[in-house]
Design a protein around this ligand. Structure first.
Ligand code: 13P
Ligand code: SF4
Length: 321
């Protein structure tokens, strides 16, 4: 057997053993695993609930398990903890952050908000608990349009932290919002020129994009939507080839649901890599997931005052969704 094939066999065996042990621990500890589509395939396969940010927040509000393992990034696990203050919420790697959340430091945002004191503050769920406490409403990319449209027309709106999603929402809703200058490094990495040439090479393919992408990318997209909306689109649409501008992890579920269709990750500027991966999301591994469930650490811990204040705009979002 060749060395590479031998290594692959060992990896598969390890994955199998870890997955079985995770299943066992889940039963013993009455734990549930919530995983985002951007997680590695092996994690997606052991998840009890796999979905986009909104779906996972909704599931976090429903589950009655003692332990929630959140296979995603910090703000997602933090949201699950805020919704479930008495439960143990674990994140396989506490360093799994988010460039969007990091682009909005709470003190700077409080000063920004003070300059627009008459505005309603809508924050994308990709932000810290502290920024949520400064918000009237939280939204995800699945429900952002609905949330913005729920605000009376005469009200001014601040939207944070994603300027790309914000600009897209201004176009979609016709609302004139003041935007915070934040962005996602993954969705800003796509190369417009390379996408154009890929579209030429695949004339029958549909190009679809997540609204965290820049406007020149969104302007040439056949369809724009959250990860779950992109997933629904590729299942329903007649096309058999799709070029996807979002984190490449979603391609695993797309291929699983549509084995006969072709999915091509949109190219990024960096020539050393073909697809766009979120380094934060990929900090979680199956092994870290096993360890965190086994040792019940690292755990998300927040003070109750912060959680009480951040829960208000999250609950408003869940009620409106
Ligand atoms: P959705 O899962 O809401 O589409 O968001 C994508 C994302 O960037 C999560 O961090
Ligand atoms: Fe944050 Fe972008 Fe990674 Fe999503 S893909 S977690 S928005 S850095």
């Amino acid at each position: 057997m060749k060395f590479q094939a031998f290594n692959k066999n060992i990896r598969n065996k390890n994955t199998e053993v870890l997955s079985k042990n995770i299943e066992k621990l889940k039963r013993e500890k009455n734990a549930v695993i919530l995983a985002h589509y951007y997680q590695e395939e092996a994690i997606q396969q052991v998840a009890d609930f796999l979905g986009d940010s909104l779906y996972l927040a909704q599931q976090a509000a429903k589950v009655d398990n003692d332990i929630i393992v959140f296979a995603g990034v910090h703000f997602m696990a933090e949201t699950a903890k805020i919704i479930n203050p008495t439960k143990k919420v674990l994140l396989p790697d506490l360093k799994a952050g988010c460039s969007l959340a990091d682009s909005c430091p709470p003190d700077d945002f409080a000063a920004f908000k003070a300059k627009h004191s008459d505005a309603i503050v809508v924050s994308y769920i990709n932000c810290s608990a502290e920024v949520k406490t400064l918000s009237d409403l939280v939204c995800t990319s699945s429900n952002a349009k609905k949330i913005i449209e729920s605000i009376p027309k005469e009200k001014k709106i601040i939207f944070a932290p994603d300027k790309n999603l914000g600009a897209y929402l201004i176009k979609e809703t016709g609302r004139n919002m003041t935007l915070w200058d934040g962005s996602c490094i993954v969705h800003e990495a796509f190369s417009f020129e390379k996408i154009l040439s890929l579209v030429k090479n695949y004339p029958k393919a549909k190009f679809i994009a997540h609204p965290e992408s820049e406007s020149l990318i969104l302007d040439i997209a056949h369809f724009i939507g959250s990860t779950s909306e992109l997933l629904n689109f590729v299942q329903k649409d007649d096309a058999t080839e799709f070029i996807i501008a979002t984190e490449a992890g979603i391609l695993f579920e797309m291929q699983k649901r549509c084995p006969e269709k072709t999915f091509i990750p949109a190219p990024i500027e960096d020539d050393t890599c073909a697809c766009s991966e979120c380094a934060f999301m990929k900090l979680n591994t199956l092994e870290k997931l096993y360890n965190c469930l086994n040792e019940e650490t690292p755990e998300i811990q927040l003070n109750s005052k912060l959680m009480d204040a951040a829960r208000v705009p999250i609950n408003r979002m869940l009620e409106l969704s």
